[in-house]
Design a protein around this ligand. Structure first.
Ligand code: BEZ
Length: 248
């Protein structure tokens, strides 16, 4: 899927705004940091401002081009962490916000990250935990079912227990692993839910006719109103897994 970098950076800027809290886990002294799935580069920039030598990677060319345009002084590479090229190199910290749940092969992901970390290098990341945006996903699944359209969950939302096992298997020692609720207000008032769907379920919505898509989104709004509408905005039922681990 190619990303709409402009929309990500404006309407859905909560993705990196929430990521700012994760930065507090990054060591204070200057480190060589790999920002995995850097998107439009906002957190990459913030880490550079903290004195780190940061390389941002993303498999989306749109995102990388936007990041390079906004922050020409920083290093951004179009790279897939599941199939990295030799140009990536070795780091003290692997950082990632709101990315890992897009990656089906978590084992390969952790193996590759381990190969790009120095011994005692740190993995600091946050992504969707089990039950993430569950109400939205269930409502979408129901609508697609009603149309007879198969719904294949594109995300990997996992639990503390499962991820701890995976980290240890890949030679990481867990410093902290935390699962928490993070209700997330969506911008755009009434159209906030539709805009969120258009950004994050673009590929699935593209499979529908214009009429089907309008109906699905309309029914979802009706279905979710009592669960996720809060006075003047939609609030997505995000759940997060936050990890701080060290490569052995
Ligand atoms: C998330 O960041 O948690 C997320 C992104 C897209 C779809 C579902 C969840």
């Amino acid at each position: 899927m190619e990303w709409d970098a402009k929309k990500y950076n404006t309407t859905h800027d909560f993705v990196f705004k929430y990521g700012a809290g994760l930065l507090e886990l990054v060591p204070k002294e200057p480190k060589k940091v790999l920002d995995i799935g850097c998107g439009t580069g906002e957190l990459t920039k913030q880490m550079a401002e903290l004195g780190h030598e940061v390389t941002g990677i993303d498999q989306s060319l749109n995102m990388i081009n936007q990041a390079k345009e906004t922050y020409p002084e920083l290093i951004f590479l179009q790279e897939d962490i599941l199939n990295p090229s030799d140009q990536i190199g070795l780091y003290d910290v692997a950082f990632s916000n709101a990315v890992f749940h897009w990656i089906p092969d978590q084992d390969l992901l952790l193996k590759n990250i381990g190969e790009h970390l120095n011994v005692n290098g740190q993995l600091i990341c946050e992504f969707g935990a089990v039950g993430n945006v569950q109400k939205i996903r269930e409502a979408f699944g129901r609508e697609l079912n009603a149309l007879g359209v198969p719904f294949e969950e594109p995300f990997c939302f996992t639990s503390v227990e499962n991820y701890r096992i995976l980290l240890e298997k890949n030679h990481f020692e867990v410093v902290e692993i935390l699962e928490y609720e993070r209700p997330t207000p969506l911008k755009g008032g009434k159209s906030g839910l539709n805009e969120w769907m258009e950004q994050f379920y673009a590929a699935e919505l593209e499979e529908l006719s214009g009429e089907q898509k309008d109906k699905v989104l309309e029914n979802m709004e009706r279905d979710l109103k009592s669960k996720l509408w809060n006075e003047d905005h939609w609030e997505a039922d995000y759940r997060r897994l936050r990890i701080n681990a060290v490569k052995m």
